[in-house]
Design a protein around this ligand. Structure first.
Ligand SMILES: [Zn+2]
Length: 412
């Protein structure tokens, strides 16, 4: 058991999380879109806390908050995000930021610790304006042209990102980029957003990988015609072809998928989409997630052969187009070991190694440094909803495990 002074202060962690819940409160959750007033208040609040952790705070030109240390020795980067999905939960993001802050408060002041934890809040992880803009900017993967083109995708205003940045006073500030070799790696905590931990009465998920996301546009071509005068036996109904295709995916994929593959048809459009017109065209957006590209390759082949079969049989044609591919991000083995070791000390070993089905900033940081993630349980597996929650005792256990994992990583 490490020195008791090097232990997370559970009451302080809960108080800080509740402070952040007080900005943009919506029912028991928050409404904190990127660059909204409550989001900016959260960034400023964090910047004000960082000196307590012996960190110098900067809010950069894309809305990232970074706390940097002047202490000699190894540096571990830790964090998450502070904005929320619209009308969503209070822990998705802030949990990882407050754990990082707590680790920095506990470890940076200690003369027995060589090195320091540096804290980051990555802007727009939730994708109001783009895709992981803050963390991608930090690793050098965002161009000025991408920011020029970015606009608010989650509101009707379509507000340009440049306008939003200037409204909140961040326009013209430099964007901070990772100093290569500065950090021994990046550690992020997050709520699980699923029910694996709760179901098995576990307290900590040791993330092994963050799954890749592959997305497809599947288009069906039939013949648009009159819904009253066209006999059933001569119709070429693209909508019916789409519906049947959806059902046959669910019938055939389970025999070819991996143990944790998930797939979703998230959007269906019928053209022209009128009650008295047989749809001449139909389209579905189809997504698959897995941490094994070989499984995805197998499923993609199956999808294509199913489409070919339907086209050959008629009466409608089917075309499959891949519109997004995402390689999975593997979490560093020594980070997994540090989290598991810390769980043995502070969570009675109630941990499990598991992939993350959701995307996180850690997958971006993993492109330039070793990275690791830990999960705490989500009550009922609910997230991206205002009722998202985690038991206080689990929040405290998670903080203790996180601080101890940071200590172990710095001591390596
Ligand atoms: Zn999140």
């Amino acid at each position: 058991m490490p020195d008791r002074h090097l232990r997370a202060d559970g009451a302080r962690v809960l108080a800080d999380l509740n402070t952040l819940r007080g900005f943009g409160t919506y029912k028991t959750g928050v409404h904190k879109p990127t660059f909204s007033e409550p989001h900016m208040r959260s960034l400023t609040w964090l910047a004000e806390q960082l000196p307590d952790a012996q960190l110098a705070a900067t809010i950069d030109g894309i809305g990232n908050v970074l706390g940097t240390s002047a202490k000699p020795g190894p540096k571990l980067l830790a964090g998450s995000h502070l904005e929320s999905q619209n009308y969503a939960g209070w822990l998705d993001g802030p949990l990882g930021v407050i754990y990082a802050l707590e680790a920095a408060r506990v470890l940076n002041a200690s003369s027995s610790i060589d090195g320091a934890v540096e804290v980051a809040a990555w802007c727009d992880e939730e994708g109001h304006f783009g895709s992981f803009l803050g963390s991608r900017s930090y690793v050098g993967a965002v161009t000025e042209a991408e920011i020029d083109a970015a606009h608010d995708r989650n509101s009707n205003s379509g507000r340009m990102m440049r306008d939003a940045l200037s409204n909140v006073g961040l326009a013209g500030r430099p964007r901070l980029q990772a100093e290569r070799g500065r950090h021994i790696g990046y550690l992020e905590a997050h709520i699980e957003q699923g029910e694996t931990l709760e179901r098995d009465d576990l307290k900590i998920g040791v993330v092994t990988s963050i799954v890749g996301i592959w997305q497809y546009r599947i288009s069906f071509t039939g013949e648009q015609n009159h819904a009253g005068t066209t006999r059933m036996d001569i119709r070429k109904d693209a909508g019916v072809a789409l519906a049947k295709f959806c059902v046959s995916i669910d019938e055939r994929f389970p025999k070819a998928c991996g143990p944790r593959t998930v797939w979703t048809t998230g959007r269906i459009t019928l053209d022209p989409g009128a009650p008295s017109i047989i749809p001449g065209r139909a389209e579905m957006l189809f997504q698959m997630r897995d941490d094994d590209p070989a499984v995805i390759a197998r499923l993609e082949k199956l999808l294509q052969s199913m489409a070919d079969e339907v086209t050959a049989r008629g009466p409608c044609g089917v075309a499959v187009e891949c519109i997004r591919t995402g390689a999975p991000a593997m979490m560093d083995k020594s980070f997994q070991d540090a989290i598991e070791g810390a769980s043995a000390t502070f969570a009675n070993g109630k941990s499990v190694r598991m992939p993350s089905g959701a995307g996180h900033d850690a997958q971006i940081l993993a492109t330039i440094m070793p990275a690791g993630m830990l999960f705490v349980p989500s009550i009922g597996g609910i997230s991206h909803h205002w009722s998202e929650n985690t038991a206080d005792a689990d929040l405290v256990t998670g903080a203790e495990v996180f601080v101890e994992a940071c200590r172990r990583l710095l001591a390596k």
